[in-house]
Design a protein around this ligand. Structure first.
Ligand code: GDP
Ligand code: CA
Length: 305
């Protein structure tokens, strides 16, 4: 059994490589739900959907989210009605959110809904939201406090970050199966995801970090930072805003209390010694995922580490 902790795009790309080697039935993916947002009265789960669509082979891999070839008729009409126009949701994407909202209203949990959607899309991987409770990531910026998706999409991550609020953190529990999966796995993988708002959000759910410290699993993380910069997304602004060094070392420090192995990019070989001094084993590899072979090669490194 393998458990992976995942955000959206970076994680989904890595997991595509991982399932080349690991039976889907043997993989549980615990996904960040801090980005979940209510739009048009619907419960949208961006990271869960990205991971699900990607593993199901239907993601729009040009942008990394949404369904390949999707149309935007519904959103276009909503815009004419003067509705929120900053979030991109394709018609097929809407369908997933409509179903999710319908089932949540009928009393099903977010994990039950995620399981149904992923199995209907043909997946055998277990996709678990980090929590079934209400948890929302807000970013404190020079312009005010905004939901993470609003910061990322509407404001294009332009504002200076002063801090991050995990609203609901103290009230939620890990979804059923999350802690159990971490405790019973041989390996726990922290995907190359945003260390603050994706992996950081998952680790902030009471009980998850403790289970990582407790489990006998080998815990391996891949640095999302290569040569002092994220491959994509606002990780640098968030790390900087929280006073964390924007480097593989800075990320390693965030996980050092429970991690065994940190996989860094060949470009960061100079950081190896510093990270080892945190008490971690360091593996140096090519971590830029360009295509299926590079994704698979990285997965192999992580499985052998
Ligand atoms: P989001 O939820 O869509 O923002 O995606 P994630 O939480 O998965 O975070 C994106 C992170 O993935 C960024 O920090 C990127 O640097 C990282 N990432 C994306 N592609 C790659 C890659 O090819 N290699 C590595 N090492 N990191 C990557
Ligand atoms: Ca995300």
């Amino acid at each position: 059994m393998i458990t992976a902790l995942a955000g959206g795009v970076g994680a989904a790309r890595f997991l595509t490589g991982l399932i080349q080697f690991v039976e889907q039935e043997d993989l549980t993916v615990v996904v960040n739900t801090g980005d979940d947002v209510e739009l048009f009265g619907l419960h949208v789960s961006p990271d869960v959907d990205i991971v699900t669509y990607t593993l199901a082979g239907i993601v729009n891999d040009v942008v990394g989210w949404g369904v390949r070839g999707d149309s935007f008729g519904c959103l276009g009409m909503l815009k004419r009605f003067g509705e929120v126009d900053w979030f991109n949701l394709g018609d097929r994407d809407f369908a997933a959110s409509i179903l999710r909202t319908k089932l949540l209203r009928a009393g099903f949990s977010l994990s039950q809904v995620s399981a149904k959607i992923s199995s209907d899309l043909g997946l055998k991987v277990k996709i678990l939201p980090m929590t079934d409770g209400k948890f929302s990531t807000y970013v404190r910026t020079s312009e005010g406090v905004v939901h993470f998706e609003e910061y990322l999409v509407k404001r294009a991550a332009q504002d200076e970050v002063l801090g991050v609020n995990f609203v609901g953190m103290d009230m939620v529990r890990p979804a059923v199966g999350v802690v159990e999966s971490i405790l019973s796995s041989e390996r726990v993988i922290l995907c190359p995801s945003n260390p603050i708002v994706s992996i950081g959000a998952i680790l902030s759910v009471p009980g998850i970090r403790e289970s990582l410290r407790e489990t006998a699993a080998r815990k391996v993380a891949i640095s999302p930072i290569i040569a002092g910069a994220p491959v994509k997304g606002p990780a640098a602004k968030l790390l900087h805003g929280l006073g964390v060094e924007v480097s593989a070392f800075g990320v390693a420090k965030l996980y050092a209390d429970f991690l065994d192995v940190f996989v860094i990019d060949s470009l960061d070989v100079a950081e190896k010694g510093r990270i080892e001094q945190l008490g971690l084993q360091v593996v140096v590899a090519d971590t830029l995922m360009k295509d299926l072979p590079t994704k698979a090669a990285l997965a192999k490194v992580v499985l052998d580490a």
